[in-house]
Structures are given as structure tokens and as C-alpha cells.
Design a binder for this molecule. Structure first.
Ligand code: NAP
Length: 501
């Protein structure tokens, strides 16, 4: 069996102690082991701070962008192998694995272009200069410079490639070295990515490290110049956020956590219309893609009371065509959940939602693997607005008036989607739900090749208030701000203007 190692301090190192075994979730076959016990995390962080940081800061944005392009090219050349690993270790169908790996490549390319556009600068000039007194000489200018610490990235199990790349691309472009920690259960993809990138020596020494296995004392070693970007459950996020050093040194932190994303069908939409069909398609895709293990997946399906039975019938019909099984089989549309504990959490979660199952079952499958059917819940209890079931599970919620209020009961989310052609209704709902989200998706059948609300695009912000963690990532050049220190320069105009070019 493969023993996954970590890439720390510019070399591959193996942990000691009893390792965790990584499985194929469709067959429960052991694939690899990983342990981080005994690794020198303090030394790894220092190596990144003292070698990787200065080397990255010496590069211009365009030069950093060129490294990101080289990273994207290297992953493209390794794509088939990465897809195979995503299928074997992640329970992904080939299409799910492409979603992850191609998303990673696309995000690296997008940020390489942003770097190219920023050109020969090494830091950002933020806004116009400001005359501060009567004399034009007294001048102020905001700039943003790369922080001198390490960007520590802790990722969830569901997107081992994209999760790695969407964070690393932004930090590296900003000029910060990265230490990335994938979730252990699905770490084989991120491990292979690191093997490829380290082998090609695309980045300066110390600019990119990978910790495979538990985080150990990692968070407690972070200081005032470091940043921590976490994606995972709200519970783990809350634990990390309250770490003593995180509070004491104001370690800059971004949390991407749970979300009860809603899809809202407008009262103007006729059954069988293009808008109606698009809505059904997006709901079914979000329930089944990656077996519903997407932070952006639709969990609450809001439909006008008058359309409830029609939507229910149509969703049941579509869900009954979804073949669940080993994603190594090409005709399988939905694979297993990632781990045994994800499966038991999903089953418990459905029970907690209450109501009835309009579609699907919680019965164990008669063979190995962490499988469940898609599950459509009707008449759920209040828990539907409080508890995220991280699997192929959505709940039907009828409304008769003010659906935006129902959406807002999710207490902060990543994305909600609206399907309507009534401009007045759209404007009202957008204004009412926007403060509760990082993104609002306006479904329209005329938007060709729409990826649906579940796809995070690097040009747009990803994150959300409240339950979603209160964070923000990506959003094109906006994302750089997290890894940079904004500072106001105050003094003589000619001096400041020379400095900022
Ligand atoms: P998780 O159990 O919270 O784990 C997330 C990551 O945190 C893993 O890498 C895990 O490492 C690590 N971790 C656990 N305890 C830690 C600690 N004390 N210090 C530092 N790191 C620690 O979440 P998950 O089960 O992987 O992911 C599912 C959840 O993620 C869902 O709730 C989903 O909504 C959320 N999610 C959110 C987004 C988003 O963008 N908002 C995206 C994807 C997923 P080990 O694997 O080694 O334990």
C-alpha cells in the first residue's frame, strides 16, 4: 500500500505513529496510509516564511502569474491520473472528478491572467492618492503589500484538487508562500498534485508545502503575519477560530463552512416551460453531482404551494433515473459518500430533518461501499433551516407568500438561486436575500451552458455570512486582499508617488 508523505521544508517526509488508512469509498479497499505524527511543523512554517516568502515577493505579479500558468499546464498534463485518483479515493464519477480537477486548472489559469494584467508591480496601489491638507504636498495613498508569513490552507474532503488550487492560486499571486493541508480521507489527489509540482520545480523553494495527515499543532504555531484559510464544517471552523494564538495574535482567518443553499421557483413559472425545466435540472444536478457533497449544493427547494405536487412528481421521475454505484462503471451517475462517517452523518441528518421521504431510502445497500440513494424530503421540520445534511439530500418547501423570509432562515449561506422571469419579483427577492449570501444565482434558460448555482467561478466571490463562515474567497483580484496588508502611506506627495511608481 502507498504511504503518503508530506512535502515540508523542501523535502518529502513521512510521519511516524499509527497512520490513517485511505479507502476507496465504493469498495472499501485500502489504498494508502497517511500520518503526520512527529513531523516538524514549526520548522516547515519557518522554512516557508524565510525562503518561500522572500522569493515570491521578489517576483512581479506577472512572474507569479507565469508560475500559476505553469502549474495549470502541469496539472493538465497529469489530468488523466488525477481523475483516476479522484474516482478511486474520492468516490467521484468521472464527471465529478473532472469538475474538481478542471476547476483547479481553470482557477490557476484565471489567476495567472490576473497576474499578467497586474504586470511588473510587486504590490498593489489601492485607489487614488488623497490630498490631506491645504498644501498639495500633504498626501495620502493606500497600498497593499504581501504579508510576511505563511498562508496555511486547511481544506475539506470534497474538492481535493479545486480546494487546493482555489486557495493556492490567490495566495501565491499575492506573494505569500502556502502550506496546504488536504482532508486526510481524500488526500491522494492533492498528494499527486504536490508530487507533480515539486518534481517540476515550478515554484521557488519554500513557496509550496503540503501536510498530509492530521493538522496536529499546526494552527497553534501561527503568528501575526500568517493567514489561515479554512474550509470544512462549522464545528471545526469554530474550534480553530477560538485557538488562543489565533485570538492573541489576530491571525487573519477566513472560514468557508456550512450552508443551507436554497433554490426558489418564482410564482410566475409555468410547468414544462424552459425556466421550469432548468430549475428541475439544477436541483437534480446539485443533489447528485459529487453525491451532494458540495458546499454550494441546493438543500432547500422552495416552490409555490400551487406547484408543489407537480415539482415533486417531476423531481421523483428524474431522481429515479439516477444510477447509483461504483463510479468506476461508466454508466453510474452517482457514486458513494466519501467515508463511512459521512454516510452515517447523512443518515442521521435525514432523520433529524423530520418529515417524510418523497424519494429515496435510508436502508443500507446490500454490498460494500458508503452508498445512499438520493433523498428528497417533504414536510421537513424546523431543522431544515438549521442543519446541513452533506449528501444527496434536499427538502421540498412550499411557500404561499414571502419566500425570501424562508430563505433567510438559513442564517447565512454561500449561494441561493432564483428562477423567475417576473422582473418585479426578482428585484424584490434579490434585495431581500442578498444580505444573507455571498452569491445569488439568477437562473435563466437563455444563458447557454450555465453551470448552475453549484459551480464556484474564480471571477466571483465565494463565501457567505453567518452559518457559511463569514468568509470570502476568490472574486478575481478582490481575493488578493486577504493575503496582503493594506497600509496607508501619509507624507510628502513626491516621496509617496516615487515609491508607488
Ligand atoms: P471537517 O471535518 O471540518 O474537516 C475539514 C478540514 O479540517 C480537514 O482537512 C480536517 O483534517 C481539518 N481539521 C479537522 N480538525 C482540525 C483541527 N483541530 N485543526 C486544523 N484542522 C483540522 O470538514 P469535512 O468533513 O472535510 O468537510 C465537510 C464540510 O465542509 C461540510 O460541512 C461542508 O459544508 C463544508 N464545506 C464548505 C465549503 C465552503 O466553501 N464553504 C466547501 C467544501 C466543504 P482531517 O481530514 O485530517 O481531519
Amino acid at each position: 500500500m502507498v504511504q503518503l508523505r508530506s512535502y515540508l521544508g523542501g523535502q518529502w517526509v513521512a510521519g511516524s505513529g499509527s497512520p490513517q488508512t485511505l479507502l476507496n469509498p465504493a469498495t472499501e479497499e485500502p489504498l494508502a496510509t497517511a500520518s503526520s505524527d512527529g513531523l516538524d511543523l514549526r520548522g516547515a512554517l519557518e522554512h516557508a516564511r524565510t525562503k518561500g516568502g522572500p522569493a515570491l515577493r521578489a517576483l512581479t505579479f506577472a512572474e507569479r502569474g507565469a508560475r500559476l500558468k505553469a502549474m495549470a499546464d502541469a496539472l493538465q498534463a497529469e489530468r488523466d491520473r488525477l481523475l483516476e485518483l479522484g474516482i478511486a479515493n474520492g468516490g467521484n464519477t468521472r464527471s465529478d472528478a473532472k469538475f474538481d480537477v478542471d476547476g483547479a486548472i481553470g482557477t490557476l489559469l484565471e489567476y495567472s491572467q490576473i497576474g499578467n494584467a497586474l504586470g511588473s508591480k510587486k504590490f498593489l496601489v489601492d485607489g487614488e492618492g488623497i490630498q490631506l491638507g491645504r498644501s498639495a504636498r500633504f498626501h495620502g495613498q493606500h497600498i497593499a503589500v504581501p504579508r510576511h508569513g505563511v498562508a496555511v490552507h486547511v481544506n475539506a474532503f470534497n474538492f481535493p484538487a479545486w480546494g487546493f488550487a482555489e486557495k493556492a492560486a490567490v495566495a501565491l499571486l499575492a506573494g505569500m508562500p502556502v502550506l496546504s493541508k488536504p482532508a486526510t480521507s481524500s488526500a491522494m489527489v492533492a498528494h499527486r498534485i504536490m508530487e507533480v509540482l515539486a518534481g517540476k520545480k515550478i515554484l521557488p523553494e519554500g513557496a509550496l508545502s503540503l501536510l498530509v495527515g492530521g493538522a496536529g499543532e499546526l494552527v497553534s504555531l501561527l503568528g501575526a503575519q500568517d493567514v489561515l484559510a479554512f474550509t470544512g464544517s462549522g464545528d471545526t471552523g469554530a474550534r480553530i477560530r477560538s485557538a488562543r494564538n489565533v485570538i492573541e495574535y489576530s491571525v487573519r482567518m477566513n472560514v468557508e463552512a456550512d450552508s443551507l443553499n436554497a433554490a426558489l421557483l418564482g410564482p410566475d413559472v409555468e410547468p414544462r416551460s424552459d425556466m421550469y425545466e432548468l430549475f428541475l435540472k439544477d436541483v437534480v444536478r446539485d443533489m447528485t453531482q459529487k453525491a451532494g457533497q458540495k458546499c454550494t449544493a441546493i438543500r432547500r427547494v422552495l416552490v409555490p404551494q400551487t406547484l408543489l405536487s407537480s415539482v415533486k412528481e417531476d423531481l421523483i421521475e428524474l431522481l429515479s433515473t439516477v444510477k447509483v454505484g461504483d463510479p468506476a462503471d461508466e454508466d453510474v451517475r452517482m457514486g458513494p459518500l466519501a467515508t463511512a462517517s459521512q454516510l452515517s452523518d447523512a443518515r442521521e441528518g435525514v432523520a433529524r430533518l423530520g418529515g417524510k421521504l418523497a424519494f429515496g431510502s435510508l436502508s443500507p445497500f446490500p454490498h460494500k461501499g458508503f452508498f445512499t440513494t438520493p433523498v428528497l424530503v417533504e414536510s421537513p421540520g424546523e431543522a431544515v433551516h438549521e442543519h446541513e445534511v452533506f449528501g444527496p439530500v434536499a427538502s421540498l418547501l412550499p411557500y404561499s407568500e414571502n419566500p425570501a423570509q424562508l430563505v433567510a432562515r438559513g442564517n447565512g449561506g454561500l449561494v441561493s438561486s432564483l428562477y423567475s422571469e417576473d422582473q418585479g419579483f426578482i428585484e424584490q427577492v434579490v434585495m431581500d436575500i442578498a444580505p444573507h449570501h455571498g452569491r445569488v444565482f439568477l437562473g435563466h434558460p437563455k444563458v447557454e451552458l450555465s453551470p448552475g448555482p453549484g459551480t464556484v467561478l474564480p471571477q466571483l466571490v465565494h463565501g457567505g455570512p453567518g452559518r457559511a463562515g463569514g468568509g470570502e474567497e476568490l472574486g478575481g483580484a478582490r481575493g488578493l486582499a486577504f493575503y496582503m496588508q493594506r497600509v496607508a502611506l501619509e507624507g510628502s506627495r513626491p516621496v509617496i508617488q516615487k515609491l508607488t511608481g
